[in-house]
Write a protein that binds this ligand. Structure first.
Ligand SMILES: Nc1nc2c(c(=O)[nH]1)N[C@H]1C(S)=C(S)[C@@H](COP(=O)(O)OP(=O)(O)OC[C@H]3O[C@@H](n4cnc5c(=O)[nH]c(N)nc54)[C@H](O)[C@@H]3O)O[C@H]1N2
Ligand SMILES: Nc1nc2c(c(=O)[nH]1)N[C@H]1C(S)=C(S)[C@@H](COP(=O)(O)OP(=O)(O)OC[C@H]3O[C@@H](n4cnc5c(=O)[nH]c(N)nc54)[C@H](O)[C@@H]3O)O[C@H]1N2
Ligand code: SF4
Ligand SMILES: [Mo]
Length: 689
């Protein structure tokens, strides 16, 4: 690692590692080896000198009492969070011995690595993969976030990537469809603002009036999971009015007639009923689309987190193609994710170390796998994630983590709810203490960030931890001898999206790199290279065209009778999934309740309530508002678990105690936004005892 002058105040570049489309360039002010503040890097073209309020608080997290600073071994009951300090040598020895014993006695597939995107750095995110491939461990399918939306996109778009966000600055109409731009994609707002100064309209489609909806020119309240009905209803109206882009459809697409025939065969009332959007609103939307050819549709991942989520993305992309938005040009475009850099993942994961393909586990089934899989999982290694908070059906995850015969290693920055269940708990560095490469899914830049300060306490990066563990296990394959710098360099060298004129050394030293794909995607299909397919050959049970499909839990009459309200659980401005949860320990978070539901369920504004269903219960504070629709509850944010305050005081629960392990229609993603629940004031729950 490079030497750092500890005595002077200076600014040092870094990059935000959080799972956020914006991947900001950051400047840290450092004095006496301490980080005083973080700000946005004005030299980063997309960051434009601004970072969100969560990250401005990061120094608080960095130096918080909750930081884990040395290795520990459990002494108390699982989950009690009681540990004794040990040396790294002892901790590594213990992990190596236990995991090798498990492999030798029960086979590699008795070991489950669980990780996600707490750190989006290319090297640290995948740092455990080479070792687990070598061990023959189970592979954890990383489905929790964008798998469903990604499959939905690729059905008709193939490998077309998203449009550069900068295009939106020249739009006449920007559509935020299932995305809360002002919370989860804050830098996109600069293009919205610029476009609106020239008269553009912002249209927001969401089940509740979120922060972005509050600033919209047109807010359309769709039923959760109703986007296919809405998008296809608009398609039908546009065809009837002759407002589709025939040149684009003829020159750059296939299969339009099949979709058009289907739309003609359906009465518009079906689309109205399925979407929950009145015909006059649908007509107004169609008219706005028809009148403003410079349209940019920003599709969120939020709308895909339900049983019809993949189909929703298919329907919206079909609408966009009908409008010719894939031909690009100023102000026109469609963006789900950018796919800006597609380096060779093998360089990061070293799959070649595998002797044979191991079993696959869908990460959102963690609860089921820990409790029911036979032969059982005996070793669990968690890093870059806090599954007890973020995974659906948290009560089953909690039960699994409590298993006495499960050996659990957690590598973490802070004492999370999951960390409290570790047998061996290891301290992880933050992005300010380690080296990595960060690309983005919301724009087209990447960069490399070196450590800003030396690691606090005895924290180690994921990369260093797994390299040392591999050595302790006696593995001498070349990937385990690589340095972090070598891995970053190799990954950069594998990227075709870097302009050949760009010096890799300059990127390694902190220059931002712009993907050459960005230029291509400005034209999208305009050069006639690729086609958008309205009709595709799919799996046997999947329709070839975008069309109405069956609802999941939300459409189950038995469950509806018991749990009449539909819960969605979108992000909170002060949390990044469950990261920063330690700052809000003991805070239950709010639940938005429509005034008519408040009357029906006798709930007062500001009152503590229990949201419950057949999977579990969680405490929230009721906020009565017409921002949400009747029948739809909105719980923003994965606050860390809290006690209900009744007889179950010893058990702390959170919002994911209510969500299901059921997968969405495509890509095996999660259905976080479709739980049926009931609502009861906590005072009534207490009296029921
Ligand atoms: N502040 C903050 N920022 C974040 C995050 C965070 O937790 N906090 N999380 C980060 C991560 S990991 C990700 S993946 C992204 C996610 O960001 P987004 O892509 O924005 O996805 P979601 O946040 O799940 O939900 C966005 C919106 O979708 C709406 N929605 C829910 N169901 C439906 C539906 O059926 N139809 C429609 N039209 N809308 C629906 C929600 O009400 C919400 O307003 O944000 C990232 N940024
Ligand atoms: N109900 C509901 N649940 C959801 C969602 C939702 O919208 N609603 N969103 C889902 C989505 S989109 C996602 S992406 C997942 C996210 O799930 P996770 O990826 O688990 O995200 P975080 O909650 O941010 O937890 C990341 C953890 O990694 C730790 N960490 C950060 N950097 C490092 C590092 O370098 N090394 C190590 N070892 N640890 C590190 C952090 O301290 C933090 O505790 O959550 C999902 N869960
Ligand atoms: S969380 Fe997102 S907006 Fe905030 S600093 Fe990080 S990348 Fe930027
Ligand atoms: Mo995510």
């Amino acid at each position: 690692m490079c030497a750092i002058d500890q005595n002077q105040e200076y600014l040092k570049k870094s990059i935000c590692p959080l799972d956020c489309p914006d991947s900001c360039g950051v400047l840290a002010t450092v004095k006496d080896g301490h980080i005083i503040s973080l700000q946005g890097d004005p030299a980063h073209p997309y960051t434009s000198g601004f970072i969100c309020r969560k990250m401005r608080r990061y120094p608080e997290r960095l130096y918080s009492e909750d930081r884990l600073l040395f290795p520990q071994v459990r002494i108390g009951k699982k989950g009690a969070g009681e540990f004794r300090r040990v040396e790294w040598g002892e901790a590594l020895e213990l992990c190596a011995k236990k995991l090798l014993n498990i492999r030798d006695e029960f086979g590699g597939e008795a070991i489950l690595p669980y990780s996600y995107a707490g750190n989006m750095g290319a090297v640290n995110r995948f740092a455990g993969f080479p070792l687990f491939h070598k061990l023959g461990a189970l592979q954890c399918k990383q489905t929790i976030c964008s798998a469903t939306a990604g499959v939905g996109w690729r059905k008709h778009c193939g490998d077309l990537q998203g449009c550069p966000p900068e295009n939106a600055a020249e739009s006449e109409l920007i559509v935020a469809w299932g995305i809360n731009i002002k919370v989860s994609n804050v830098h996109f707002w600069q293009y919205v603002s610029r476009a609106r100064k020239s008269g553009a309209k912002l249209l927001v489609v969401d089940p509740y009036r979120n922060q972005t909806g509050k600033s919209a020119d047109i807010f359309v309240q769709v039923k959760p999971g109703g986007d296919t009905g809405l998008a296809l209803g608009i398609c039908k109206l546009l065809i009837a009015e002759g407002s589709v882009d025939l040149d684009f459809i003829e020159g750059s697409t296939t299969g339009f007639s099949e979709l058009s025939e289907y739309l003609q065969s359906q009465d518009i009332s079906r689309f109205v009923a399925e979407s929950g959007v009145e015909l006059d609103v649908m007509q107004k939307m169609a008219a706005v689309f028809a009148a403003r050819p410079k349209t940019f549709i920003r599709i969120g991942i939020g709308l895909s987190r339900n049983s019809r989520g993949g189909m929703s993305v298919r329907s919206i992309t079909s609408l966009a193609a009908m409008l010719g938005l894939y031909s690009g040009g100023p102000g026109r475009g469609v963006l789900l994710t950018t796919g800006a850099f597609r380096g060779d993942e093998e360089v990061l994961v070293h799959k070649k170390l595998m002797q044979e393909e191991p079993g696959l586990v869908n990460m959102i089934h963690l609860g089921q796998v820990l409790n029911t899989q036979s032969p059982p999982v005996r070793g669990l290694i968690v890093y870059n994630s806090n599954p007890l908070s973020v995974n659906p059906d948290a009560s089953s995850v909690r039960k699994g983590l409590a298993r006495e015969d499960l050996f659990t290693v957690v590598h973490e920055q802070v004492m999370t709810p999951t960390a409290a269940y570790a047998d061996v708990l290891l301290p992880a560095t933050t992005f300010l203490e380690n080296h990595d490469l960060y690309s983005a899914y919301g724009h087209f830049y990447l960069g490399v960030a070196k450590p800003v300060i030396t690691p606090l306490g005895e924290a180690k990066s994921n990369f260093d931890f797994f390299q040392e563990l591999a050595k302790k296990m006696g593995f001498e394959d070349p990937p385990f001898a690589e340095s972090c710098e070598e891995r970053i360099t190799n990954y950069l060298l594998s990227m075709e999206e870097i302009d050949p004129g760009t010096e890799i050394e300059a990127i390694m030293e902190g220059s931002y790199c712009h993907s050459v794909r960005s230029m291509k995607s400005g034209r999208l299909l305009g050069d006639g290279e690729k086609k958008f397919s309205f009709s595709v050959t799919t799996l046997p049970e999947e329709p070839a065209i975008a069309c109405l499909s069956a609802a999941g839990e939300g459409g189950d009459p038995d469950l509806q009778a018991r749990f009449p309200l539909h819960l969605i659980t979108p992000p909170h401005p002060d949390l990044l999934n469950s990261t920063f949860g330690e700052i809000f320990k003991g805070v239950a978070g709010e639940v938005l309740v429509h005034p008519e539901d408040a009357v029906m369920y006798k709930v007062q504004d500001g009152e503590a309530v229990v949201v419950g269903n057949h999977r579990g219960r969680a405490k929230r504070i009721a906020r009565i508002t017409t921002d949400t629709a009747q029948g739809v509850l909105v719980a923003e944010g994965i606050f860390w678990p809290v006690a209900l305050g009744d007889r179950d005081d010893s058990i702390q629960t959170g919002i994911n105690d209510l969500t299901s392990q059921k997968t969405a229609d495509m890509g095996e993603g999660a259905t976080f936004h479709e739980s049926l629940v009931r609502l009861v004031p906590i005072s009534v729950v207490a009296k029921e005892r």
